[in-house]
Ligand binder design. Structure first.
Ligand code: ADP
Ligand code: ZN
Length: 222
């Protein structure tokens, strides 16, 4: 299965991806996770990305496109399928992705568009907690860890992302509407778009999607 996940920040792309990864057994490639890892390691790329991320702005297209290209073209890494989360985010990135996918002969099956409403988005983002160790996602109300502040998966410490504050969320929404929203039409024109009601609970969504993939005869093929 080859997917991209689209939708506003806080629509639940990361949570859904973690669930689908288990049932689809495909690689989950999240540009946000990769960039946060680089920031944690204080690499040159991490330092460069931090300037944009902390302000809710987009990291330049060339930087993220190169990152994704290296992940997708590494030896046999995506032969069993892939799920891109947080990429593409601009029309330029979407076009670059098509070029890369053509080169590796691994075209998309679906672009899943997670539609969500603003109050739900804000509630999800402000309550979100992330594991420092493994990146697992939690929410103080909707998905609390068994032990407060501690990751269920690896025992790591949970933290709140610097960009999950009211002011930066507002910028991220504006950036989304201006740059990312337009690529919905791009995938619709390709006949790849699948709308998903992301206000629903992630587990319910996972079940609905698995059924859709099955009916489309997309399961059990790379
Ligand atoms: P969310 O979906 O919650 O907004 P992500 O973890 O996907 O968060 O991304 C966090 C930040 O990383 C973005 O606000 C942006 O600065 C940067 N980023 C991630 N993916 C991309 C991308 N494809 N293009 C440009 N910037 C990106
Ligand atoms: Zn963890």
């Amino acid at each position: 299965m080859r997917l991209v996940l689209l939708g506003p920040p806080g629509a639940g792309k990361g949570t859904l991806a973690a669930l689908l990864k288990k049932s689809l057994k495909v690689r989950h490639i999240s540009t946000g996770d990769i960039l946060r890892e680089e920031m944690k390691n204080n690499s040159a790329l991490g330092q460069e990305a931090k300037k944009y991320i902390d302000n809710g702005e987009l990291v330049p297209d060339e930087v993220v496109t190169k990152l994704i290209e290296s992940k997708l073209t590494a030896n046999d890494r995506v032969d069993g399928g892939y799920m891109l989360d947080g990429f593409p985010r601009t029309k330029k990135q979407a076009e670059a992705l098509d070029r890369i996918l053509k080169k590796i002969h691994r075209p998309l099956d679906y672009a899943l568009y997670l539609e969500s409403t603003l109050p739900v988005i804000i509630q999800r983002l402000t309550g979100r907690r992330v594991c420092r160790g493994c990146g697992a996602l939690f929410h103080v109300k909707n998905r609390p860890p068994r032990r407060e502040g501690i990751c269920d998966e690896c025992g790591g410490i949970l933290y709140q992302r610097a960009d999950d504050n009211a002011e930066t969320i507002k910028t991220r929404m504006e950036v989304y509407l201006k740059n990312t929203q337009p690529i919905i039409a791009y995938y619709e024109a390709q006949g790849k778009l699948k709308n998903v009601d992301a206000d629903k609970d992630s587990e319910e969504l996972q079940a609905i999607l698995m059924k859709t993939f099955d009916e489309g005869h997309k399961l059990n093929q790379p």
